[in-house]
Design a protein around this ligand. Structure first.
Ligand SMILES: Nc1nc2c(ncn2[C@@H]2O[C@H](COP(=O)(O)OP(=O)(O)OP(=O)(O)O)[C@@H](O)[C@H]2O)c(=O)[nH]1
Ligand SMILES: [Mg+2]
Ligand SMILES: [Zn+2]
Length: 264
């Protein structure tokens, strides 16, 4: 394999030839169902997009960016909002309702109070789940709460000298307890993710499930739901069927993609 320059990555299913009961030689890497580049990990089932009710203030554009990326990669996405113990818990509840309304399984819990985790655990069972989300929302804390090992570092935002400094540094598939089964991958890389390079601005709306539902527009499939007249998405927005925050994220991400396309 070294001669063929084939390298195993985290998440690969492989065949091994045992030499002794606990040593062996890797003989084959089985075909990958999918893989992410950042973090470099193979055979992922779903992404858990995490946020917090407060501390840090929810970054909805980041949450939506991660959801779009998961949709684009064909991964299931679920949403977890942490820190229900904080005074801002109404914000957390609103976020859970927002994403549940779109059709994403969404959970609101407190790792600190060990409250509300049962439903989330059910959705992790038997899957390989990649954690993604803003620094400080509690990704590593979730792993420490669920895993039998204390593996991931956690730290206060204040102790780290402000937002944006990541405490998690390496990629590892962490086993969940046998009662749950499955694996989680904690990594800060995914939280800084750029939108997928192959995604044209004109197709961004395909990755907003609620826009797909309301795309009864005068210009049909070519409507990008921005300036066009008689747009089903804008009508749904006006009627409160599409959340303003989602539409704001859409506009921002659209502008970003369009700007990138113009540069080439
Ligand atoms: N109040 C409150 N604080 C929490 C809760 N869960 C985690 N924290 C705290 O939030 C801080 C950040 O948690 P981490 O688990 O390090 O966050 P992270 O998402 O892994 O952050 P990065 O590794 O930087 O991406 C720590 O101080 C945790 O103790 C919770 O449910 N409530
Ligand atoms: Mg972490
Ligand atoms: Zn439209």
């Amino acid at each position: 394999m070294r001669q063929e320059e084939v390298k195993p990555i985290v998440g690969d299913r492989v065949l091994c030839e045992l030499l002794t009961p606990d040593t062996g030689v890797l003989t084959e890497i089985l075909p990958r169902r999918n893989f992410l580049e950042r973090p470099l990990v193979a055979n992922v089932d779903q992404v858990l997009v995490m946020g917090a009710a407060a501390q840090p203030t929810p970054n909805l554009v980041l949450i939506d960016r991660l959801l779009v990326t998961a949709e684009y990669l064909g991964l299931l996405a679920i949403v977890g909002i942490n820190k229900a113990d904080l005074a801002a818990s109404a914000t957390g509840q609103a976020l859970q309702q927002l994403y549940q309304g779109i059709g994403y399984p969404a959970f609101f819990f407190s790792l600190q109070a060990a409250d509300g985790l049962a439903a989330l655990k059910q959705h992790l069972a038997g899957h390989v789940t990649v954690l993604a989300g803003q620094s400080g929302v509690g990704k590593s804390s979730l792993l420490n709460a669920l895993s039998t090992r204390q593996v991931a570092e956690t730290g206060d935002i204040s102790q780290r000298g402000g937002a944006g400094r990541h405490t998690t540094k390496h990629v590892e598939l962490l086993p969940l307890p046998e009662t749950i089964s499955g694996f989680m991958v904690d990594t800060p890389g995914f939280s800084r993710l750029q939108l997928p390079e192959g995604l044209p601005a004109a197709e961004l709306n395909h990755y907003f499930p609620e826009m797909r539902q309301h795309s009864d527009c005068r210009f049909g499939n070519s409507c990008v739901h921005l300036q066009e007249p008689d747009c089903g998405v804008k009508a749904a927005l006006a009627a409160g069927l599409i959340a303003q925050s989602r539409y704001d994220s859409y506009q921002q991400l659209y502008a970003e993609l369009w700007e990138n396309e113009r540069r080439y």
